[in-house]
Design a protein around this ligand. Structure first.
Ligand SMILES: N[C@@H](CCC(=O)N[C@@H](CS)C(=O)NCC(=O)O)C(=O)O
Length: 216
């Protein structure tokens, strides 16, 4: 099976990070196709790789079958199916239902936070006071983290494996880091564990390179 993942500019593209993490965590080999976002040719370049006009997009070539998966949550689900040993969803039906709920809540919500604190993975952006909508989103995210961590014992939301639920909150960890959102207790330990995960370091290095090259 040949996998090709199209991702956007890493400093900015939180959805690309959410798709990239499950693919990397699967341990399966894949090719990465990079699309530069927010410049004159972006629309045309994204359309060449993705009919939806959005990234991430995973192309799968499996014998005669050749298909595309064009949404981060669908990519996360697919990777969990083809790489069960990666534990992308937790063992146990109840934990799995909770993990899917928290990933889906991120996928469909928190617009105020996403809008005000847009991802700047490699940048520090101090001095922004959260709007009421952003503050509400932050409080809800901390509530989600605290309850999952209390149940699982951490260090990740559903225990010892960095999984799909963590992948969905990884861009939030970066935003909290960039915009100086102060955390305490279990939420802080969790955010530190995510931020220092080797795959987050890899994404940070690529994002910092984009900053250095003036691409963002
Ligand atoms: N629901 C989609 C959202 C994907 C999305 O909005 N991607 C943005 C980048 S983060 C994009 O491709 N934007 C196109 C553009 O900036 O031209 C997913 O979960 O994958």
């Amino acid at each position: 099976m040949k996998l090709t993942l199209a991702v956007g500019t890493k400093n900015w593209s939180s959805w690309s990070l959410r798709g990239w993490l499950p693919v990397k965590l699967s341990g399966l080999p894949f090719e990465e196709r990079y699309v530069r976002l927010r410049h004159d040719e972006t629309e045309e370049e994204v359309r060449k790789v993705s009919p939806s006009g959005l990234v991430p997009l995973l192309t799968v070539e499996d014998g005669d079958r050749h298909f595309q998966i064009w949404d981060s949550l669908a990519i996360a689900e697919f990777m969990a199916e083809i790489a069960p040993a990666a534990h992308l969803w937790p063992e146990g039906r109840v934990a799995r239902a909770r993990a899917r709920s928290v990933a889906a809540e991120m996928h469909s919500g928190f617009a105020a936070l996403r809008q005000q604190f847009s991802m700047e993975f490699a940048r520090h952006m101090p001095g922004h006071t959260p709007t009421p909508g952003t503050a509400k989103a932050i409080a809800r995210i901390i509530e989600i983290w605290d309850s999952c961590l209390a149940e699982s014992g951490g260090p990740f939301l559903f225990g010892k494996h960095f999984g799909n639920a963590d992948a969905f909150y990884a861009p939030v960890v970066s935003r909290f880091h960039s915009y100086d959102v102060r955390l305490t207790g279990a939420a802080k330990d969790y955010a530190d564990a995510v931020w220092h995960h080797p795959l987050m370091r890899e994404w940070l290095k690529a994002s910092a390179d984009e900053v250095d090259k003036g691409l963002v």
